[in-house]
Design a protein around this ligand. Structure first.
Ligand code: GLN
Length: 234
């Protein structure tokens, strides 16, 4: 499983998800603490953020391990936003190693990431095409098509997870999406945590050992907006 994290709240830098916390995504790329599938997350990484002057998020993704990008710490420190998303990848066996298979995927104002794996046959009925043959890229295409059609993010994630999970009972479908004003995420087969502060942090596993990290129950949907956080069963 890959590891992902997002923030919605008072502006902060991407370094707050990656290299500043003791167990941020940089550390999780080589020493995750709760990862059940895969050992390291060295098959690429990506991050996205919102700059108030641009209509769409800025997305940066690469196929090298996150620790191998010497420019990343400076970029992550300079990229500040009220809404952030970042991910490190452990490619599932059989999935391509390429930038187009690496989260975050993006469409319009949306950023999207996936922890897990799913049989691509279970995704064929959900999307027409994707930028990569990677299962996560197909999930992103299924999600983006429904968001473009105007469906609310919570409904979209719930529908895609329930249908993909129905087609593959062994699927692991932890999805994470944000649009600059909200975060939607699912826990389906892997861990997910949230931490409330001057905003909400959502992450596959805690980024540090501060008290207050709450596990999101298995098979549930999390919705975060500036008004608060809701968690409901899927
Ligand atoms: N299956 C996806 C991929 O290959 C996600 C992998 C993961 O969560 N480890 O990239």
């Amino acid at each position: 499983m890959c590891r992902h994290a997002a923030w919605l709240g008072e502006p902060r830098s991407l370094a707050s998800l990656i290299q500043d916390p003791e167990h941020g995504l940089l550390r999780q790329s080589y020493a995750p603490r709760l990862q059940r599938h895969g050992v390291v997350n060295a098959d690429g990484f990506g991050m996205g953020w919102y700059d108030g002057t641009l209509p769409e998020p800025i997305r940066y993704r690469r196929t090298v391990p996150i620790w191998a990008d010497a420019n990343l710490p400076g970029l992550a420190r300079a990229a500040r936003s009220h809404c952030l998303l970042a991910a490190v990848r452990s490619a599932t066996v059989g999935m391509p190693l390429e930038e187009t298979a690496t989260a975050p995927f993006t469409d319009g104002r949306w950023l999207f990431s996936h922890n897990g794996r799913v049989d691509r046959k279970a995704l064929r009925p959900l999307a027409d095409d994707a930028e990569s043959t990677c299962d996560s890229a197909w999930l992103a295409a299924a999600v983006f098509a429904r968001l473009r059609a105007g469906a609310p993010a919570g409904d979209v994630l719930a529908e895609v997870v329930v249908r993909a999970g129905g087609g593959d009972p062994d699927a692991r479908l932890n999805l994470l999406a944000c649009d600059g004003a909200s975060i939607a995420a699912t826990a389906w087969g892997d861990t997910l945590f949230l931490h409330l502060e001057d905003g909400v942090l959502v992450a596959s596993e805690p980024l540090d050992d501060r008290p207050g990290w709450q596990p999101v129950p298995e098979r549930s949907l999390l919705l975060a907006t500036p008004d608060g956080v809701r968690v409901q069963p899927l």
